[in-house]
Design a protein around this ligand. Structure first.
Ligand SMILES: [Zn+2]
Length: 451
């Protein structure tokens, strides 16, 4: 495959903006990058795709998401509206995840994967829960990811909230799936596993110890941390230490561990996250929606923590998350200098690419250069003001819309071209999901605790 007549945004170091360039793709990778004419002349027989002057850039990466939440859209929460985040968990997410059958898990994932492909998100790191369909749930999601053709990292969230049997089942699901990924390529190598934990506040010392002891070699954990003060209150009463210290004592932190949110962490905990090389993901849309507060992202970065950008189950339109991060920190700090565009880009592009690269180390992800993975999108953006490498983040923040993504490719395979989905049948998936959801909503109602 040869994509020509593109304005290439390379990302990577140094980032370049290359007019009328082409990439030649073979065996899932970018083998050649050069001026259109030269590359065309060299590969006369290659299958060609004329980019028509659109931007060709690496696909977006989402560092923390929940496919299982897709069916919450439009769902009514019975009784009084949740007052805070712990109530949102109890009245929305915990009864909803209990309502999911294996088929719901599959369609919930497929719905999100369509959204991802349409919006140019090519790698997703998911955190799954379906307490009444645990065993094999990660295989079900992996099959959906395989059908879609994107790249994903999967895990099951271990928790004590549903009793010891389900704790054990969650633990086993992680191990089984990680070992399956390590034993041979899953979805042609596009799916990897990591070890999911819900959050300190639903995990006992014994469970943390068991998970650490049984953690397969070569992987880390993916866990929510201090999304609300409740996580700290719980840790202080249960373990007499703060959440990050508690997780550190149990060996949960480290260079392969992802911590989502880290909103209520103090300076010492930030140091600990930095010293251990733990990744932190930021999800501003979710934080605003839950009314939980704002992570001190700039303090984390200044301390040396690699902060990445996730969406926590919001739409896989990652530029929406860029825009929210850019705006939120300004209003929160009453300072328009906070969270500048180039810092959003560093988080969403550079750090997300490094995180994805940890799971898929065979070739660089998130940049257009020879030898990199061919995870690419075409963006139909024709700026009315000069576009340079320096001002590109601000063009994305103020000019880009996900609807401008016309073409999505992962590992050299076209998943969408000219807005036509090539791997997933959107009509069928939409139809089936609308058949399934009324029953999910009905079951959900039975699990919601009374006010
Ligand atoms: Zn989350």
């Amino acid at each position: 495959m040869l994509i020509h007549n593109a304005k290439v945004v390379t990302w990577g170091e140094p980032c370049q903006l290359l007019e009328d360039h082409a990439v030649w793709i073979e065996a899932g990778m970018i083998r050649e990058l050069g001026p259109s004419k030269a590359v065309l002349n060299k590969h006369m027989d290659a299958e060609k795709l004329d980019a028509g002057g659109k931007l060709l850039m690496p696909g977006n990466i989402c560092a923390h998401t929940h496919f299982y939440g897709a069916f919450a859209r439009g769902m009514a929460i019975p009784g009084s509206a949740p007052r805070d985040f712990p109530e949102i968990l109890k009245k929305l997410w915990w009864p909803l995840d209990k309502a999911l059958t294996e088929e719901d898990v599959r369609y919930s994932a497929l719905v999100c994967l369509i959204d991802a492909i349409k919006h140019g998100t090519t790698t997703l790191i998911d955190h799954h829960a379906s307490p009444n369909a645990i065993h094999g749930s990660l295989d079900v999601i992996a099959d959906a990811v395989d059908e879609a053709g994107v790249r994903a990292v999967l895990c099951y969230e271990v928790t004590n909230r549903d009793g010891p049997e389900k704790t054990q089942a969650g633990l086993e699901e992680n191990i089984r799936f990680i070992e399956r990924c390590q034993a041979g390529s899953v979805a042609g190598g596009l799916v990897q596993g990591t070890f999911g934990l819900h959050a300190s506040l639903t995990l006992s010392d014994q469970t943390l110890q068991d998970c650490r002891r049984l953690l397969p070699q070569g992987v880390g954990f993916h866990i929510h941390v201090a999304e609300h003060e409740a996580d700290q209150d719980d840790s202080l009463s249960k373990a007499k230490v703060r959440v990050v210290n508690r997780l550190h004592e149990h060996g949960i932190l480290g260079e392969q561990t992802i911590v989502a949110h880290a909103i209520y962490v103090d300076a010492h905990e930030i140091d600990l996250l930095a010293q251990t090389g733990t990744w932190v993901t930021h999800q501003p849309r979710s934080n605003m929606n839950n009314g939980v507060g704002v992570a001190e992202v700039e303090s984390l970065i200044n301390a040396g923590v690699s902060v990445c950008l996730g969406n926590d189950g919001f739409s896989n339109a990652m530029w929406e998350e860029w825009k929210t991060a850019y705006l939120l920190h300004k209003v929160w700090h009453r300072d328009p200098r906070r969270m500048p565009g180039d810092l959003v880009k560093k988080i969403a592009v550079d750090n997300n690419a490094r995180l994805a690269g940890m799971f898929f180390p065979e070739a660089p992800i998130g940049e257009v250069r020879e030898g990199a993975q061919a995870d690419l999108i075409l963006v139909d953006y024709h700026p009315t003001t000069p576009l340079t490498v320096g001002n590109l983040p601000w063009h994305i923040l103020f000019g880009f819309h996900e609807s401008m993504v016309t073409t999505t490719m992962v590992a050299g395979k076209l998943l969408m071209d000219e807005k036509r989905l090539l791997t997933l049948d959107e009509a069928e998936i939409t139809k089936r999901s609308r058949e399934l959801v009324p029953e999910v909503w009905e079951r959900y109602q039975t699990f919601v605790p009374a006010d």
